[in-house]
Design a protein around this ligand. Structure first.
Ligand SMILES: Nc1ncnc2c1ncn2[C@@H]1O[C@H](COP(=O)(O)OP(=O)(O)O)[C@@H](O)[C@H]1O
Ligand SMILES: Cc1cn([C@H]2C[C@H](O)[C@@H](COP(=O)(O)O)O2)c(=O)[nH]c1=O
Ligand SMILES: [Zn+2]
Length: 194
């Protein structure tokens, strides 16, 4: 389990922020882990702002919601730059579904960390073809802390790192949950990839 290197009521000094990213396949617990870290920051009475891309309307238009219905308030935004404008003087920033943001997200999170903020993101590291899902690989490179979580393969029960798409749609972005995707291990993913 991720243990915060520091937490408390004092603001991080200017320039001493940090970037954390939680990545993995669908159903691997990224959103649950993001909510867990944000709730602990709220308990520590830190000022927390949470964002998600406004295209993600799966379970709720404003809340961040896990597949198991864990929920936390959030602000939907259209562009990465909106996060800079809306984060104000908060201490901690949470961002879910970070794979759907434009490439500006990289400079945005770097600026926030240099302002002394703790930035915690969750997102898919690979798409339905098993290819890296930009901008997540670049965010992993600049993060101080990278956590990769795993789901359970729906075919064999091993650990899963891939998101298998069950429909023939070839668009990279296709919102969905269990009706359209299932978690798979490497073997079971490539066996059925067309
Ligand atoms: N194949 C699976 N492997 C693991 N958890 C699953 C699976 N299918 C459904 N779940 C549920 O999904 C929850 C994780 O949801 P969530 O945090 O939203 O994942 P993610 O954000 O990575 O898609 C688990 O606690 C579990 O209840
Ligand atoms: C693999 C893959 C997924 N998506 C979509 C499907 C879901 O709406 C989200 C991922 O949600 P989760 O919280 O990680 O379960 O992304 C997509 O658009 N394209 C893909 O290749
Ligand atoms: Zn498998």
């Amino acid at each position: 389990m991720f243990i915060e290197p520091r937490i408390g009521r004092k603001k991080l000094p200017e320039g001493k922020g940090q970037i954390e990213i939680i990545c993995g396949s669908m159903f691997s617990g990224k959103t649950e882990e993001l909510i867990r870290r944000l709730n602990r920051a709220i308990i520590a009475k830190q000022k927390v702002e949470i964002f998600k891309p406004s295209i993600d309307k799966r379970y709720d238009t404003s809340e961040v919601v896990s597949h198991d219905d864990a929920r936390i308030r959030s602000t939907p935004v259209n562009f990465a730059e909106d996060i800079l404008l809306l984060s104000g003087d908060c201490d901690v920033i949470g961002i879910d579904e970070v794979q759907f943001f434009d490439s500006q997200i990289i400079s945005v999170v770097q600026k926030l960390a240099r302002q002394g903020k703790r930035v915690i993101m969750a997102g898919l590291d690979m798409d339905f073809k098993g290819k890296p899902f930009e901008p997540v690989p670049q965010l992993m490179a600049i993060a101080e802390y990278v956590t990769k979580v795993h789901a359970i393969c729906m075919k064999c029960g091993d650990l899963a790192s891939f998101s298998f798409r069950k429909t023939s749609n070839e668009e990279k972005v296709l919102l969905g949950e269990k009706e359209s995707y299932e978690a798979r291990c490497r073997k079971c993913f490539y066996e059925d990839l067309t």
